[in-house]
Design a protein around this ligand. Sequence first.
Ligand SMILES: *Cc1c(COP(=O)(O)O)cnc(C)c1O
Length: 236
Amino acid sequence: MTDPQQRRDELSAGLARTRERVAQACALAHRDPADVTVVVVTKTWPATDVLALADLGVANVGENKSAELIEKRDACAQADLTWHFIGQLQSNKARDVARAADVVHSIDRPKLVTALSRAREDAQRPLECLIQVSLDPEPMPGRGGVDARDVGELAESISGAPGVNLRGVMGVAPLEGDAKAAFDRLREVHDRLVHEYPDATWMSAGMSHDLAEAIAAGATHLRVGSAILGSRAYLR
Ligand SMILES: *Cc1c(COP(=O)(O)O)cnc(C)c1O
């Protein structure tokens, strides 16, 4: 069992290091750090970590499993947090995610839009939706993401559905190769989308190891886990 104060210090140091990296990358890119939101990816870590992060000023957290999202959101109900779902979404879990998340980053097929919309249409606030664009050279199982050519169709279905708001695009850099080049391609998709949907201004890109490349390409949201919380004990 880790000492709570020691864990809090670790998280605080991880946040400070990450904010410093963000500030440096923004300076290089001539961008304002206020335009870059860090979503702290808390997957596999306990709710006590989420509460400590909230206390340290974190406002946005990310999860990639629906059950874990629901459990932690319940456990952290006293904290004022925006919950992001960043994982691959199965249609049979869309209903749960639509009720527990504020933002979904990983929409990559029309069937999900229908399910999320139906589950959210009577809610007070719409679900903020990002289209996950595949940045892999070849489609790969388990990675998610729609082909860039199919973004228009998906955007149309989100923008026409009740309970869901089209907010932008999300991408994960390929496992190998140049992250910056991949994020530049995502940026082109983003620019085309914003042209047609002026509110779809978000670009979610960059993780612990490639956040500087993402900032250089124009990311508005980073998804940072291990650089803040440490390496995950098991992979999900
Ligand atoms: C886990 C995860 C992250 C965070 O990765 P780190 O390398 O720990 O920063 C970001 N995006 C997605 C989609 C993830 O699943």
